[in-house]
Design a protein around this ligand. Structure first.
Ligand code: COA
Length: 162
């Protein structure tokens, strides 16, 4: 049987334990997951594209079922170029729904052969986002246990730089 591969796209500025949980749970359904780090997402990231790819690779280095790449341009075009037809997105709360619904429908309009699969975020990560993690870290609050250890080091080093 052909390998089942899904693409999990995002800005990941930075990746949190909520994202990690979605990647790991996706591997219960798919043989491989490509974590696709977006160059363009309408956000102004703290970490460069290269840094985000590097830090996510550190998180998943022990699992060769997880591939980390960057992409630019339209998500559906990138997904098509990788010969994959499934996009994974996580949903935290009702507030995520409208944005995700809009994006899924637009992607479907652009390429009806590509499907978006939603996974509910684990309740433990319902309240976190990359923005809130960065804000708490900037104000010297503890973000222990909310991001993987390699990401914690990257955040600490970045805050020393700025
Ligand atoms: N647990 C905790 N937090 C989560 C989470 C989870 N499971 N899933 C998402 N989040 C948070 C993220 O931390 C992030 O927080 P932030 O807004 O504070 O940064 C937010 O939810 C959403 O981020 P993320 O999952 O990284 O995705 P995104 O919305 O930044 O990514 C793209 C959007 C990249 C998929 C989209 O912009 C895109 O496809 N861009 C390419 C261009 C394109 O094709 N545009 C047309 C799209 S229709």
């Amino acid at each position: 049987m052909a390998e089942r591969i899904a693409i999990y796209p995002g800005t990941f500025d930075p990746m949190t334990n909520g994202h990690v949980s979605i990647v790991r749970r996706s591997l219960d359904i798919f043989d491989r997951v490509i974590v696709a780090v977006a160059k363009y997402s309408g956000k102004n990231p703290l970490f460069s594209l290269e840094e985000r790819v590097k830090m996510i690779k550190e998180v998943f280095h022990a699992d060769n079922r997880i591939i980390v790449e960057s992409f630019s341009g339209l998500l559906v075009e990138y997904v098509e170029s990788r010969k994959v037809n499934t996009i994974i997105r996580g949903l935290r709360a009702v507030s995520d729904f409208e944005y995700e619904f809009q994006m899924a429908l637009m992607n479907r309009k652009l390429n009806p052969k590509i499907h978006t699969v939603f996974m509910m975020t684990d309740y433990k990560w319902l309240y976190i986002s990359s923005t809130i993690i960065k804000e708490v870290a900037r104000l010297n609050g503890s973000i222990d246990g909310l991001v993987p250890d390699p990401i914690l080091r990257w955040i600490r080093n970045k805050l020393l730089e700025i």
